[in-house]
Design a protein around this ligand. Sequence first.
Ligand code: GDP
Ligand code: IMO
Ligand code: MG
Length: 422
Amino acid sequence: MIDVLLGLQWGDEGKGKIVDYLAEKYDIIARFQGGPNAGHTLYIKEKKVVLHTIPSGIFQSHCLNLIGNGVVIDPATLCKEIDSVLPLCPDLLDRLFLSQKAHLILPTHRALDAASEASKGEEKIGSTLKGIGPAYMDKTGRNGIRVGDILSDSFDEKYAKLKKKHLELIRQYGGVAIDWEQWEQPFFEAVARMKQLQIVNAEYWLENHIKEGKKILAEGAQGSMLDVDFGTYPFVTSSNTIAAGVCSGLGVSPSRIGDVYGITKAYCTRVGSGPFPSELEDETGEALRRAGNEFGATTGRPRRCGWIDLVALRYAVMLSGVNKLILTKTDVLDGFTPLKAATSYMVNGVETKELPFDLCEKGISPVYTELNGWDKPISSCSEYGELPIGFKEYCQFIEEYLGAKISHISNGTGRHQLIVIS
Ligand code: GDP
Ligand code: IMO
Ligand code: MG
């Protein structure tokens, strides 16, 4: 069976930390979508590590790690990441596998991302500018280059053809001043190195492991509200971040899917542009950013902060069939009393618990329910029984509203700062 772990908000819910912890009981961790726009933070022997493409199971020495076909890979970023992780994980290359069907991000994809964002002006998406959108456009436009292509003699020809096309597009955007040689040198060096990695026919590879009874965890990137179909379109990423993405992003059948872990922060953040109904653009928002150290793991940008949005969360739980909730960054809410939770929206004077078609529309405001919260610091609690009553009330309220049980509560950055409930 394949269990799934995914973010329920706008990303950065703490997926890296939780996958690193859960990986102890899995044999394989597999990324199924996204690319180096992801930044998953782990603390390994008290050292901070941010993973962008490598799955977060790499530090559990028994775990194999797969970068699936649904991921888009920037070769230079991947190799840089490998070099930075190797000293902490000397057998990394023995346990890292790449699907031959994963698509490559070319230097010109990154340039196109920048040109596209610049052309949008005020309406820019706030992309991480890693080339994600253009790479997925070439995939669905049937022009992309895949990992398997780097082993073929026609790679250079394919590259030159696609680059030519991209340069024409970049010209249409008004051009960009780029020293291509400087961008291409690390790309080609990394492509050469990638040939030495374990490139596999990942669908069969996974199927064989499943048949052997191995336990697999699919690690989501981004979050459900950034899903290209169901997120706050057009302010989204370019992949399916919900559980459905696992089947197409790894080549496994829906009947193989087991538990679905959904991660949410105990409050809410968003990095980049786009609607965020429960955003706090005041001192409380600032205090959350400070307490939660809310700065992007990939871009360093300050994250926008706000109250937990149960309307959006319930939608995300529904879309992915989440049966296990994981509540993270709960310690950040110490002393934030009272707490608020968005429990419905007013849409042009009408109250609703459904997510509207376009959250960007004016005239949408959240309706809050107030909860007591708690004062006592909770980061040293290791059992549910030790938590303050206000904390338990908050958890029960969330569970009842979402119709799903909390399985883990994270109360600090460390691997073991985690209260296991079920
Ligand atoms: P991801 O993209 O979902 O893996 O999340 P990020 O790594 O981008 O952001 C989560 C941040 O919160 C990281 O800096 C983590 O170290 C940190 N973090 C995770 N869980 C907790 C927690 O329970 N409490 C606190 N205070 N920080 C946490
Ligand atoms: P993890 O896996 C938070 C956001 C960007 C931007 C939008 C589109 O760490 O949770 P893109 O680069 O995909 O074109 O950006 O999506 N975004 C993320 N926000 N966490 C992420 O990943 C994100 N990946 C993309 O900020 O608003
Ligand atoms: Mg992140």
